[in-house]
Design a protein around this ligand. Structure first.
Ligand SMILES: *Cc1c(COP(=O)(O)O)cnc(C)c1O
Length: 416
């Protein structure tokens, strides 16, 4: 690994001279309350280390929900961004730009798929795939107008737009936001028979996360992804894999579907594709499927902008070396072993693949939030999900000793 987690070189400058507590108070007053952040105000970061306004240092075990797979301030990605900032940053797709061709080529080489639709956020990639799948169903599969169905999995997380929350089953994500977009059928996750029973002549696609991240890092049984591939192939249905969180090295392979040697028809990338610098997402897919989109039918002012393409290409360059995947795999074994030792000592169960784990905390030891707060006080940042689960997903460049230290903190917090 060439990238090391360098230490912040200078003390943090308190923002505008205000303390963390003062900044949090202003946020409370002036920001929409759609988040409940841990009470840490980050002022700078490098590698897997972040530093708050007062200069307290923490290890980042969340990595921006995997948007920071390559670490804070990754020098290769920063250099790509800096160079591009001075040349050209935005053209819109009304004109070509000299970074987009290379970005699309690199994504094709990385994924084994043909064609890229560049977007910005993950939710936009999901929305785009929904539109492509529906259009493909009408134009290619011959589904009657307005009848296309997309099969999704219970417990899914695909983003926050009105259409996407229409097929969420999380009441917090949905309640109060209807009316909802029709055309989605929910089946249990990790249940091939349920998908088989749900597929009908109007089914355009099956849309799943190869590992359900927000649900608590739920890993399907071996054979599930290959089974979805086989079922969709046999029934002339598209397989859309949402790898916005699971992809780009996190699980020890470039894509989580590669654990079962599966190639979906449409692949959704986001988060780490922007290197933690700019929002970059993409639908990467089979040329014949992507071909249903024609000029004017879909777009984005910022999608495929030269800065995004330059950073995205540099991200692909990092993955082409295989170093990050290898590191996720090796450190993943360390993570797995340490978590195994905590089962029965505050941990009820955990699931891990690569450098990614969902850890179910025994409620007798505290809620996920309480454990996260206690870990924060001890200098380690994690995030709870679904009450009693905490998620561990450090930057893939984290040093082994830092990972061991952070897991020691978890152990200490659970030991009281
Ligand atoms: C984060 C996430 C999204 C949404 O991405 P945004 O950039 O937040 O819109 C979609 N799918 C999965 C699996 C995600 O983890």
């Amino acid at each position: 690994m060439t990238v090391t987690a360098a230490q912040p070189s200078q003390p943090a400058q308190p923002s505008g001279g205000r303390s963390s507590a003062e900044l949090i108070a202003v946020e409370e007053a002036k920001l929409a309350h759609n988040y409940h952040p841990l009470p840490v105000v980050v002022a700078r970061a490098q590698g897997a280390h972040v530093e708050d306004v007062e200069g307290r240092r923490y290890l980042d075990l969340l990595a921006g929900y995997s948007a920071l797979n390559f670490g804070h301030g990754n020098p290769v990605l920063l250099e790509a961004a800096h160079r591009q900032l001075d040349r050209v940053t935005l053209t819109s797709r009304a004109f070509h730009n000299d970074r987009l061709a290379g970005f699309a080529e690199s994504l094709a080489d990385l994924t084994g798929l043909d064609t890229t639709l560049p977007m910005n956020t993950g939710a936009e990639a999901v929305e785009s795939a929904v539109k492509i799948a529906r259009k493909w169903a009408y134009e290619v599969k011959g589904v009657a107008p307005g009848q296309a169905e997309i099969i999704v999995a219970a417990g899914n997380f695909h983003g926050r737009t009105t259409t996407i929350v229409s097929f969420s089953d999380d009441p917090t994500a949905r309640t109060g936001f209807g009316p909802f977009t029709p055309g989605f059928t929910t089946v249990p996750y990790n249940d091939l028979a349920a998908i088989e029973a749900a597929i009908g002549e109007n089914t355009a696609a099956v849309l799943i996360e190869p590992i359900q991240g927000e649900a608590g890092v739920l890993i399907p049984h071996d054979g599930y992804l290959a089974g979805v591939r086989e079922l969709t192939r046999r029934t002339g249905t598209l397989f859309i894999a949402d790898e916005i969180q699971s992809g780009l090295g996190r699980t020890g392979t470039t894509l989580a579907v590669q654990h079962e040697s599966v190639l979906p028809d449409l692949l959704l990338l986001g988060k780490a594709l922007g290197g933690g610098i700019v929002p970059v997402s993409a639908v990467v897919g089979r040329a014949d499927v992507m071909g249903v989109l024609r000029p004017g039918e879909h777009g984005s002012t910022f999608g495929g902008n030269p800065l995004a393409a330059a950073v995205g290409s540099a991200v692909v360059g990092l993955l082409e070396t295989g170093e990050y995947q290898q590191r996720a795999k090796e450190l993943g074994e360390v993570l797995d072993a340490r978590l195994a030792a905590l089962v029965g000592r505050g941990v009820v169960a955990y699931r891990a693949r690569g450098l990614w784990a969902g850890v179910d905390i025994d409620p007798a030891f505290g809620t996920g939030r309480e454990i996260s707060e206690r870990m924060m006080a001890a200098g380690v940042l994690v995030k709870d999900t679904h009450g009693s689960t905490i998620r561990i997903a450090p930057p893939l460049c984290i040093e082994e000793e830092d990972l061991l230290h952070a897991l020691g903190v978890l152990e200490g917090v659970l030991a009281g």
